[in-house]
Design a protein around this ligand. Structure first.
Ligand code: MSP
Length: 514
């Protein structure tokens, strides 16, 4: 039976700059979901890639005296090297300079034209190159940005633009979009962002300028190559390109289950994109989640301050799994957060080294000491054993529920509850006293429960810390975990560890960070 498709995307990153913390954040989040859905045996398509076109990239290339495509090639190789280092398991990597993407953008444009949604006029207004956003004079004025000629969003300089342009009849889709958002409470998350979009759309949508004539780095308008297609129309279409759409009308992966984005690009995804899709008569994505922004040691990251956190620097000091864990544990997805080395060290030492690491070491050390690392048979269960099993089973259900709402921090917290339960279980059952008293039956049961609980914790942690999880499973199962078919059906569920299975002596997986 074909398995359920699950399609998750990240934004495609501009190639004007090297990857930084903000870029890895979304991609790690998407990877956790992709891995979790693979554990559920779903047919996962996980897309990331780069946005190579537009004035911003063209200007960045000019500043380095190279062609935009040369700049793109350079930055793309950084991303392509980075993703495996962070254990990212994307299915495809899209570059918007690829022929398949030009074709898709042309097909999209033609669909919009055929629907009567495109017309030619003169654009007169302002443009923010860093955001690749058009602003009207009134919008600048309302945001008190007209006098300083500043972008209402990023506060950098805007430039005056007057040129012939194609327009997309965005205004026509105001009511259908409002209706869709109102009828689909889960379409935009978190709730505060949904309200923000509702207010924006209710205040009235104006037609959108969708082509430029004063620079050339982009996809030309079909049959009118004095114009390049507005970079956001081009970029948003990437989500269809990889599925062979919109040339083909459908794909098992469309509509996407989830577009993960940062809060700054919400309007493009939650307003322009659905309206384009409606005009092209295509289904809308099921959900758009806008996460918050990271500051670094209390400061906004910026190129000018030179404080942008580079993944390569982070990876020189911390393992990928530790970064993945910290970024998703530290801050509720959707809220803004601050990255600090102290916070990372604190969380690592208390939650990973102390709680999980200790539990694994103590349990496997006792198994070795009392049973030569061979899993004993569980005997008569007592209330505390049944409570541990119930907690593990609730964890499995609740992690899934949290992840279906992108509440990564709650999912991790739910796993931690079991870990703390496990440590308490040891304190309460005092295996060393059972051994001393010769209470072999009870000792067997306690050791069995510890091993099986740890195994299921490792399975639940897998999407977050794939390498650490495999290292845990290796100690618990002593078989090459690469050979295990990691899905909940085969490895989830209490009781898969059998009496007679052999574990390894513990080797610390989370040594303390000094
Ligand atoms: N190219 C567009 C996206 C097109 S999607 C069809 C773009 N690229 S970007 O490289 O500027 O930004 C990509 C993502 O990085 C955005 O989701 C943005 O929110 C995110 N971040 C940039 N700085 C960030 C932080 N400081 N913190 C968290 N995420 C941040 O926009």
């Amino acid at each position: 039976m074909p398995s359920t498709p699950y399609y998750v995307t990240t934004p495609i990153y501009y190639v004007n700059d090297e990857p930084h913390l903000g870029h890895i954040y979304t991609t790690i989040a998407a990877d956790v979901l992709a891995r979790h859905h693979r554990l559920m045996n779903e047919d996962v398509f996980f897309l990331t890639g780069v946005d190579e076109h537009g004035q911003k990239v063209q200007q960045a290339a000019e500043a380095q005296n190279i062609q935009p495509i040369e700049l793109a090639d350079k930055v793309v190789s950084r991303y392509q090297q980075l993703w495996p280092e962070l254990a990212i398991t994307n299915t495809d990597f899209i570059r918007t300079s690829e022929p398949r993407h030009h074709q898709a953008v042309h097909a999209m444009w033609k669909k919009l034209c055929a629907a009567g949604a495109i017309y030619k006029d003169i654009y007169e207004g302002w443009y923010c190159v860093p955001c690749e956003t058009f602003w009207t004079e009134t919008q600048l004025n309302d945001a008190e940005c007209l006098e300083d000629k500043k972008c209402p969003d990023c506060k950098r300089s805007v430039e005056k633009v007057q040129e012939e342009s194609y327009f997309f009849r965005l205004s026509q889709y105001q009511e259908p979009l409002l209706e869709h958002i109102r009828n689909h409470p889960d379409f935009i998350a978190p709730e505060s962002r949904r309200n923000e979009v509702l207010r924006f759309v209710e205040s009235g949508l104006r037609d959108l300028s969708v082509s430029r004539t004063t620079f050339s780095w982009g996809v030309p308008v079909p049959d009118d190559d004095a114009h390049v297609i507005y970079v956001w129309i081009d970029a948003l279409t990437n989500y269809l390109t990889v599925l062979g759409m919109p040339e083909h009308d459908q794909s098992p992966y469309w509509p996407a289950d989830l577009h993960l984005i940062g809060k700054d690009i919400l309007r493009f995804h939650a307003v322009y994109w659905p309206c384009m899709l409606m005009a092209a008569d295509l289904p809308l994505p099921k959900r758009i989640f806008a996460h918050g922004w990271w500051t670094v040691e209390g400061e906004k990251m910026s190129k000018s301050k030179g404080n942008a956190l580079r993944p390569s620097d982070l990876l020189a000091h911390y393992e990928a799994d530790v970064l993945r864990y910290f970024l998703l544990r530290e801050v509720p997805f959707g809220a803004d957060g601050d990255f600090s080395y102290d916070a990372l060290k604190m969380r690592y030492n208390s939650e990973l080294a102390n709680d999980i690491g200790n539990l694994l070491n103590r349990s496997l050390a006792m198994l070795k000491k009392y049973r030569n690392s061979i899993v004993p048979e569980s005997q008569t269960e007592e209330a505390c054993d049944r409570a541990l099993i119930a907690d593990v089973e609730a964890m499995q259900r609740e992690v899934d529920q949290h992840l279906s709402k992108q509440a990564f921090h709650l999912a991790i917290e739910r796993i931690s509850i079991v870990v703390r339960h496990g440590n308490r279980y040891i304190e309460e059952n005092t295996p060393w006293a059972l051994a001393k008293d010769g209470n072999e039956a009870r000792l067997n049961t306690v050791l069995y429960h510890l091993v099986e609980m740890l195994r299921l914790v490792a399975v639940q942690l897998h999407p977050f810390m794939p390498n650490k999880s495999l290292a845990m499973l290796e100690q618990i199962l002593t078989i090459n975990p690469e050979n295990i078919h990691l899905n909940f059906h085969d490895v989830g569920g209490w009781g898969k560890v059998k009496a007679g299975d052999t574990c390894l002596a513990p080797t610390p997986i989370f040594p303390r960070m000094e």
